[in-house]
Design a protein around this ligand. Sequence first.
Ligand code: ADP
Ligand code: MG
Ligand code: MG
Length: 251
Amino acid sequence: MSLEIKDLHANIGDREILKGLNLTIPKGEVHAIMGKNGSGKSTLAKVMAGHPSYEVTGGDVLLDGSSLFGLEPDQRARAGLFLAFQYPMEIPGVTIANFIRAALQARLPEGEELEAVEYYKNLYAQMDALKMPRTFTSRSVNDGFSGGEKKRCEVLQLAMLKPAYAVLDETDSGLDIDALKIVAEGVNTLRSPDTGFLVITHYQRLLNYIVPDVVHVMVDGRIVRSGGKDLALKLEAEGYDWIEKELLATA
Ligand code: ADP
Ligand code: MG
Ligand code: MG
């Protein structure tokens, strides 16, 4: 069981951004992608979400062997994929409680109703575990949230939806250390044999809190190196230039 990205090519307009990307995330593992700004990390997340601005020109993304392409974004979610974005959407007028409830309801077979009492019991238990005040549920999704509150909302969605695969595109800048820790604690708590995580970050510091099983480096729309936590530490210490030099030398 895995999330398998095979020779993925994608364009924005007529510009190719993903240039043959290969990556396999087995269920139960946490993988991280690091890469310089502009290397195509967010493009990968958006292509997996089915964002209409991106055109897939080759390759495939397989969720436990079935292609994501051809599925609408909501069908991808139902198939077990969860995506959290670098710039989360604000949804004024829709409370968090109703938003998550609708997402769970959408996964049920036609005609089956989510049991409300059971739902709220579960929601409050997850919120208690995340130390979120009850008042949080009646606020609109991401509307006026601080960075840390957006991250708590993201982790609450993860905890409630229990996706088979979660792709988290974490912000490059402006996220304080407390918000990073919230995401990291969330991922660490939800780490299990039933979920595969892909954590996308520009920021090695996140990986001090989430220790990934595998670190991948993205350069110009491809994964060019994979390794353990040491690779993230080397990138933090030395930057990306050495990889680019090695790539040129072997080209
Ligand atoms: P990263 O997340 O690694 O910083 P992105 O995936 O955001 O990289 O961007 C990859 C490349 O695609 C960059 O050169 C960026 O300028 C370009 N790009 C991203 N979004 C758009 C867009 N909507 N229109 C045109 N170019 C874009
Ligand atoms: Mg960027
Ligand atoms: Mg990005």
